[in-house]
Design a protein around this ligand. Structure first.
Ligand SMILES: C[S@@+](CC[C@H](N)C(=O)[O-])C[C@H]1O[C@@H](n2cnc3c(N)ncnc32)[C@H](O)[C@@H]1O
Length: 538
C-alpha cells in the first residue's frame, strides 16, 4: 500500500478488506483524522458513513494487490507541495491536487426567526424551499438588481424572496400548476384592492352557499347522481377520471359554483387569478383524499374511516377562510416587495429549455431539483390541474408525465433511458448493481441521471461564466440504495461546473422539506455552490 507523502502513516497493520456487494469494503480504517478520501487503483471509491467502499469488480484480482492512496483533507496542514518522481508519485500528486481543490464545507447560518409569511403559505407545495435559507443565499451570493433563475421553481419561493430582496427573478417548471402558483404568488397586489374585488365576488358566493343544516345532513347523505347532473346544468366541472372517487357529488357542485363565481366576477384578471389560487388551495381539503401525505394523492383507509364517522365539507367556508388569510399575506408581500423589480414564471422542461429562457443572461441560479422517488408532483397535482383548466383531458395530462424528472417508474423506451450516454463511473456502477436486481429500478435511476446531466448542460448555457448555480438538496436512500445526492450532482455537473462549497443546515419543518418515505434521514439539507467553469462544454 502506498500512502501519500507526508501523510501520517498509521500503524503497520494492514487494512482489513472484505468483499461486499459488487465491491470491496474496508471497515478497519487507520485513524487518519485528516483522511478525506481513499482511492483504489484502477477503480474509484466513495465514502459511506465511517467506512469506505471501493468499487472493485468481484471478478478482478484480489483487492489486496491494489494500491490505496490516503488523501488528506484540504484543511490539512501537511499537504505536500510536490511528490517525488515516477508514475506512482504522479498519481499521488494528482490525488493531492484533487484534495486541494475539494469544496469548502461549512454550516449555513441563517436568521430562522426572521421569517415573514409573505405569500409563501398560499398553497401547500411539497418539498418547497425553507424561505429563510433562500433569503440568506440571495443575500450572500447575489447583488442588487441581478437576474436570478430557478429552473425547478415549484411554488415560486425564490421568486417571492427575490422580489423582496430587490433582485429580478425568472422561474420555470414543467408542472403547469407550479407555474401558475409561482406567477400569482410573486405578483404583489395591494390588500385594499383585493378586499374591493372580494366585495364584488361575494354576492355570487353568498347566493349559492347551502345552509349549515344542509351541510350537516350531507356529511352522511350525498345528493343523487341525477340531482348532481341537474345542479351542474349551467355550470362547468372538469373531466377528472373517476371524479366521484375523489369528491362527493355535492362538493363537485359547490366547487363548480365557486369556480364559476370567480370566472364571472367583474374584477381585474390579476385579482381573478389570485382568487383562483385560493380556490386551488382548498381543492385537496374539500376532496376525499388524505390531506396529510405530501408525496402523492390517495383516498386512504384513514380518510374513509373519518368520512364514515361524519365529516362536514363546506367548500364555501374553506374558500372564505383561505381567502381571508391569503389577502392579508399578499398585502404584506405587496408592502415588502422592492419597487421596479420584475418576476415571471414560464412552463419549461429543464432538460431542454426554450430559446426565450436561453436568451436571458442569468447572474445566479438558485434551485432545488426534484428527487427521484420522493414526490410524485404529476399525481399529487392532478385534481387542482383539472379544476384550474391547466389540463383538459387525460391524454393531455399523460403527455406531460413523460417530462417529469424523479419518477420511480420510467418506461424502458423513454428517450432519456435509451440515450447512448455514459454515466460517470460511480453512477454507472450503481446502475449496474440495480440492473442485476431490478431492471425497472435501473431504468428510473438512469433516467434521473441522464435527465439531470442534461439539465446541467442547459443551465451552463443560461448562466454567465464564473457565476454560481446553487442547489438545495438532501441525501436519500432510494429503495434500499444509499445515494449521496451531493456527490451525484457534483459528478453530473462536472463537465460544466466546479463544486466550490457545500453548506449544511438542520431541517425543522418536515412538510417544507423533501418527503422521503424511503427511509432516508431527513434532518439535514445541503446547499451545493457550483461555479460555472469558463470553458464549460455546452
Ligand atoms: C423540489 S421541487 C421545487 C420546489 C421549489 N423550490 C419551491 O420552493 O416550491 C422540484 C420541482 O421540479 C419540477 N420538475 C420535475 N421535472 C421537471 C422538469 N423536467 N423540468 C422542470 N421542472 C421539473 C417539479 O414539478 C417540482 O415543482
Amino acid at each position: 500500500m502506498l500512502y501519500g507523502p507526508r501523510t501520517p502513516v498509521p500503524s503497520a497493520r494492514p487494512l482489513s478488506l472484505s468483499r461486499e456487494g459488487g465491491g470491496v469494503a474496508c471497515s478497519d480504517l487507520p485513524s487518519l483524522c485528516d483522511a478525506s478520501e481513499l482511492r483504489a487503483s484502477p477503480a474509484s471509491s466513495g465514502a459511506l458513513g465511517g467506512r469506505v467502499l471501493l468499487d472493485y469488480p468481484p471478478t478482478a484480482p484480489a483487492p489486496l494487490a491494489c494500491q490505496l492512496f490516503i488523501v488528506p483533507s484540504p484543511h490539512s496542514t501537511n499537504l505536500p507541495s510536490r511528490a517525488s518522481s515516477g508514475a506512482e508519485a504522479d498519481l499521488v500528486e494528482r490525488a493531492f491536487e484533487r484534495a486541494r481543490q475539494s469544496p469548502r464545507r461549512r454550516h449555513l447560518a441563517f436568521a430562522a426567526g426572521n421569517s415573514e409569511r409573505l405569500t409563501h403559505y398560499l398553497f401547500r407545495y411539497p418539498a418547497k424551499f425553507h424561505p429563510p435559507v433562500v433569503r440568506q443565499l440571495i443575500t450572500d451570493l447575489t447583488g442588487d438588481g441581478e437576474l436570478l433563475y430557478d429552473p425547478f421553481c415549484g411554488s415560486g419561493t425564490l421568486l417571492v424572496e427575490a422580489r423582496v430582496a430587490g433582485r429580478h427573478a425568472l422561474g420555470s417548471d414543467v408542472d403547469p400548476l407550479a407555474v401558475f402558483i409561482s406567477a400569482v404568488k410573486s405578483r404583489p397586489l395591494a390588500e385594499r384592492r383585493l378586499r374591493r374585488d372580494l366585495g364584488a365576488l361575494m354576492p355570487a358566493l353568498v347566493a349559492h352557499r347551502r345552509s349549515a343544516a344542509e351541510y350537516e345532513r350531507l356529511q352522511f347523505d350525498d345528493i343523487a347522481r341525477d340531482e348532481c347532473a341537474s345542479q351542474l346544468d349551467s355550470l362547468w366541472a372538469p373531466a377528472i377520471p373517476n371524479i366521484e372517487h375523489w369528491f362527493r357529488r355535492y362538493v363537485i357542485v359547490d366547487l363548480a359554483r365557486i369556480f364559476c363565481a370567480i370566472h364571472q366576477a367583474p374584477i381585474p384578471e390579476t385579482s381573478r387569478r389570485f382568487f383562483w389560487l385560493v380556490f386551488a388551495s382548498i381543492v385537496r381539503a374539500a376532496s376525499n383524499a388524505d390531506p396529510v401525505p405530501v408525496s402523492g394523492l390517495e383516498v386512504t383507509s384513514h380518510m374513509k374511516r373519518i368520512d364514515a364517522a361524519g365529516r362536514v365539507i363546506d367548500p364555501f367556508a374553506l374558500w372564505e377562510r383561505a381567502a381571508e388569510k391569503a389577502i392579508r399575506d399578499m398585502g404584506a408581500f405587496h408592502t415588502a416587495a422592492a419597487p421596479g423589480i420584475r418576476a415571471s414564471a414560464v412552463t419549461a422542461d429543464a432538460t431542454c429549455l426554450p430559446a426565450s429562457v436561453k436568451r436571458r443572461e442569468v447572474a445566479a441560479i438558485i434551485t432545488s431539483p426534484p428527487y427521484h422517488g420522493a414526490v410524485d408532483y404529476y399525481r399529487r397535482h392532478q385534481l387542482e390541474m383539472f379544476w384550474l383548466r391547466l389540463v383538459w383531458d387525460q391524454q393531455q395530462r399523460l403527455r406531460l408525465l413523460q417530462r417529469y424528472i424523479g419518477r420511480t417508474k420510467v418506461a424502458a423506451r423513454h428517450p432519456l433511458v435509451r440515450a447512448k450516454v455514459g454515466l460517470p463511473a460511480p453512477e454507472a456502477v450503481v446502475e449496474q448493481q440495480m440492473r442485476e436486481v431490478d431492471a425497472s429500478r435501473a431504468d428510473a435511476f438512469r433516467h434521473y441521471c441522464v435527465a439531470m446531466g442534461r439539465v446541467f448542460g442547459q443551465l451552463a448555457r443560461v448562466l454567465k461564466a464564473s457565476s454560481p448555480a446553487v442547489l438545495v438538496v438532501g441525501h436519500s436512500i432510494w429503495r434500499g440504495t444509499a445515494l449521496n445526492t451531493s456527490d451525484l450532482f457534483a459528478e453530473l455537473a462536472g463537465p460544466y461546473f466546479r463544486l466550490e462549497e457545500v453548506l449544511d443546515y438542520p431541517v425543522k419543518n418536515r412538510y417544507m422539506s423533501y418527503a422521503r418515505h424511503n427511509g432516508a434521514s431527513i434532518d439535514h439539507e445541503y446547499v451545493l455552490v457550483l461555479r460555472r467553469t469558463k470553458t464549460a462544454a455546452t
